[in-house]
Ligand binder design. Structure first.
Ligand SMILES: [Fe+2]
Ligand SMILES: [Fe+2]
Length: 370
């Protein structure tokens, strides 16, 4: 089945005995969950990889039931890290199958177990060379690849050596994806997601290095958000990732150097002036005046161009964006959000939380404009 044309309301077989059973494929931040079936020698293991948040449970049950006939047949779970969008369904799955075993790093499980105290667990650190062979077929082998601080201390990828699919968790994930297959158009969303969630380029480089060392090399990178990356895009996106400043890199680089933010802010103000009515624009821009009701966070020239930002530059710009969004209607908000996203990306600036927080943002508008 082609990933491009797959019906995402159904489970999608992405490789032999491996199904996408995720949710939110039309949302800004989709959640990819995968079901891997191992069978042979009278044994069977049905493994969910990153089973997703509790809000996706109905969808998960529906999709898994279509493949297995019954979700209680899930007896193995792998989790990349402890975030709620990854592990929310673990307590439920443990309850319906008391023989369930979770595989994760010890750092991850220390936190997840607080909400799933009775669920069985095996630490990946216990397996020799971080590899396991299943008792189904001799070619059913899994390799665990820790990716420290991408983005959690105990984050770990899972490599299925038979299918050569690498389940990467948040790493290589992206926002605003359409469809299951990543294309060049996905890069903007991958970049934005990493700039927000990954702590440093150094952590990313170490993860990329580990992917490059895999033998045999992976045929697919299957992240927990966004599109599945295949073919030439694997190497292309990994190369871009190695050069991508994220998290602390950006914050550190902005210290004492605001020119990019100022340029971006001026573009955003320009769009705000265009889309709001004259009276609103005048009223809101009055906030910038030193004696206005909004603190004098920026300095403006006579012609209304921002020339300096005071205080924490990221916080100032975020606060100003929020003010603008509050003063326009829903349709104008979407135009402004698209402009903000594009401007921040073009200037290599981090996307702000509020953009990700809007699950109902028309992602097609963003995609059109990015
Ligand atoms: Fe996460
Ligand atoms: Fe995630």
């Amino acid at each position: 089945m082609s990933l491009t044309t797959a019906d995402l309301d159904q489970p999608v077989e992405i490789s032999n005995d491996i199904f996408w059973v995720g949710s939110g494929s039309k949302a800004f931040l989709s959640r990819n969950c995968y079901l891997r079936i191992f069978k042979g020698g009278g044994n069977v293991a049905n493994m969910l990889i990153d089973p997703g948040p509790a809000s996706d449970l109905d969808d998960l049950i529906t999709k898994v039931t279509k493949v297995l006939g019954d979700i209680t047949k899930v007896n193995l779970i792998f989790i990349n890290h402890q975030d709620p969008d990854v592990v929310g369904n673990v307590p439920y799955l443990g309850k319906i199958n008391p023989r369930l075993t979770v595989l994760a790093s010890e750092d991850t499980w220390r936190l997840v177990s607080l909400n799933s105290p009775k669920v069985g667990f095996k630490a990946i650190e216990r397996f020799k060379n971080l590899r396991i062979s299943l008792n189904t077929q001799q070619y059913h082998r899994l390799q665990f690849i820790p990716t420290p601080f991408c983005h959690f201390r105990g984050a770990c990828m899972l490599y299925d050596l038979e299918s050569r699919i690498l389940f990467t968790g948040d790493f290589m994930g992206g926002i605003a994806a359409t469809g299951l297959e990543a294309t060049e158009a996905n890069w903007a969303g991958i970049k934005a997601f990493h700039q927000l969630y990954m702590p440093s380029n150094e952590a990313i480089r170490k993860a990329v290095q580990k992917i490059r060392e895999l033998d045999p090399p992976p045929l697919m990178l299957a992240p927990q958000h966004g599109g599945i990356i295949q073919g030439a895009l694997i190497d292309e996106f990994l190369s871009r990732m190695e050069e991508l400043p994220v998290g602390l890199d950006i914050i550190s680089s902005l210290e004492g150097k605001f020119s990019l933010l100022i340029a971006s802010l001026n573009e955003i103000i320009g769009t705000f002036k265009e889309i709001s009515d004259e009276q609103t624009a005048r009223r809101v821009l009055a906030y910038f005046e030193p004696d206005g009701s909004y603190p004098a966070l920026v300095a403006m020239s006579q012609d209304g161009t921002v020339t300096d930002i005071k205080g924490d530059p990221l916080e100032v710009v975020e606060a100003l964006i929020k003010v603008f969004l509050r003063h326009v209607d829903a349709e104008q908000q979407n135009i402004l959000k698209a402009k903000i996203s594009r401007s921040l990306l073009e200037h290599n600036l981090p996307p702000f939380d509020l953009l990700l927080a809007q699950d109902d943002v028309a992602s097609d508008i963003l995609l059109e404009d990015l």
